[in-house]
Design a protein around this ligand. Structure first.
Ligand code: DGY
Length: 324
C-alpha cells in the first residue's frame, strides 16, 4: 500500500492462519487478544480511531458506533452472515462491508450433516451413556433412533450451504424437499430435490434443516404454528442463526414430545444461559456455533476477510461486498 501514513485497523480477535501477518505488514494493526469479545465501549473507542475494522458475528456494528467513527471506510466480517452489521447505515456513510461466502460452504454442510446424523442416531446420548457406566449389555431396545437413510429432508434456504447439505443427503438415499422463492433447477438435477410450499415441507419432512440468513423475513421462521404443522416426531436442525427459530415455542414442542428432537449449533442468545431449558432436555443436541470450524476453513475465512478489507482501504470494491 503506497502510503506514508498506514491506515489503522482493529481486529476484534486473533484469527488463525497467515492473514493477520499479511495485514500487519500493510496497516497499523491492533488485535484484541482476549478470549471474550471487546466490550461495546472498547469497540466504539477503537472504531473512532480506525479506518478499518475486522469483526466477528459477536461484534455489533450499528449507526451509533458508525457515528463515532468518522474515518471508518471498511468493516470486514469474518463470516458469511452479517446480521451483526447494519449494512444500510454503513452504506449511508460510505463504509464498505465485506463477508466470506463460499469459504465455509462444504465445511458447514459437513457439520449440518453431522448434526443430522448425531441427532437421529443419538450419538451424544450414547457417548454420555457409556461414560456414565450405564451400559450393562447389548439390548434390542437400547437408544433406538431414527433412520436417516430413506428419510425426507426438508431444506429451508437452498443456497450454497443448503445445496451442499442436499448433495450429502442424496448420498444417504434421502428424499429431498426445499422451499425457496425461486426454483433451483441445477439443485433438482443434481440431487433429485423438489420445490414445495411451506405447508408441504412442514408436513412431510422427517428432518428439517435451516440454512437462511437472519433477516426480518426469516426471524422466527420456525414458530409455534410451524412447529405444530411439523410431522409428529420430526427432527429440527439449525446451523443458520438462533433467531430463525422461536426458541420458547421450540422448548414447548420438545417438552410435549411433539417434536422428536433438535440439534442446534446456533441459539438465541449465544452462549445459552446455564438455566436455559434447552440445556436439560435429553432430545436436544447442542454445539457452540462451530459449523465452519475446521482449521482450513477458518484460515480461508480470515484470509478472505483481509482481502476484503485491503481492497476497501485501497479504494476498490471488496471482492465480497454486501453493500448494494
Ligand atoms: C457464518 O459465517 O455466518 C457462520 O455462522 C460462522 O462461520
Amino acid at each position: 500500500m503506497a502510503r506514508t501514513v498506514r491506515p489503522r485497523v482493529f481486529v476484534t480477535r486473533q484469527l488463525p492462519g497467515e492473514a493477520l501477518g499479511r495485514l500487519s505488514r500493510l496497516v497499523d494493526l491492533s488485535v484484541w487478544e482476549e478470549e471474550l469479545p471487546p466490550s461495546r465501549d472498547t469497540l466504539m473507542a477503537q472504531a473512532a480511531l480506525c479506518e478499518g475494522l475486522v469483526t466477528l458475528l459477536t461484534d455489533r456494528v450499528d449507526a451509533r458506533l458508525l457515528d463515532c467513527a468518522p474515518n471508518l471506510r471498511a468493516v470486514s466480517n469474518v463470516a458469511v452472515g452479517y446480521d451483526n452489521i447494519d449494512v444500510p447505515a454503513c452504506t449511508g456513510r460510505r463504509v464498505a462491508v465485506g463477508n466470506t461466502p463460499g469459504a465455509l460452504t462444504e465445511t458447514s454442510a459437513d457439520f449440518a450433516f453431522a448434526l443430522i446424523l448425531g441427532l437421529a442416531r443419538r450419538v451424544a446420548e450414547a457417548d454420555a451413556f457409556v461414560r456414565a457406566g450405564k451400559w450393562k449389555t447389548w439390548s434390542p431396545t437400547l437408544l433406538l433412533g431414527t433412520d436417516v437413510y430413506g428419510a425426507t429432508l426438508g431444506i429451508v434456504g437452498p443456497g450454497a450451504i443448503g445445496a451442499a447439505v442436499a448433495r450429502r443427503a442424496r448420498g444417504f438415499g434421502m428424499r429431498i424437499l426445499y422451499v425457496s422463492r425461486e426454483p433451483k433447477p441445477a439443485l433438482e438435477a443434481q440431487t433429485g430435490a423438489r420445490q414445495v410450499d411451506k405447508a408441504t415441507l412442514l408436513a412431510e419432512a422427517d428432518i428439517l434443516t435451516l440454512h437462511v440468513p437472519l433477516t426480518p423475513a426469516t426471524k422466527h421462521w420456525v414458530g409455534r404454528a410451524e412447529l405444530a404443522a411439523m410431522k409428529p416426531g420430526a427432527l429440527l436442525v439449525n446451523t443458520a442463526r438462533g433467531g430463525v427459530i422461536d426458541q420458547d415455542a421450540l422448548v414447548e414442542a420438545l417438552r410435549e414430545g411433539r417434536l422428536g428432537g433438535a440439534a442446534l449449533d446456533v441459539t438465541q442468545p449465544e452462549p445459552l444461559p446455564p438455566d436455559s431449558p434447552l440445556m436439560t432436555l435429553p432430545n436436544v443436541l447442542l454445539a457452540p456455533h462451530i459449523a465452519s470450524a475446521s482449521h482450513a476453513t477458518r484460515g480461508r475465512m480470515a484470509s478472505m476477510a483481509v482481502d476484503n478489507l485491503l481492497a476497501a482501504l485501497e479504494g476498490r470494491r471488496p471482492p465480497h461486498c454486501v453493500n448494494p
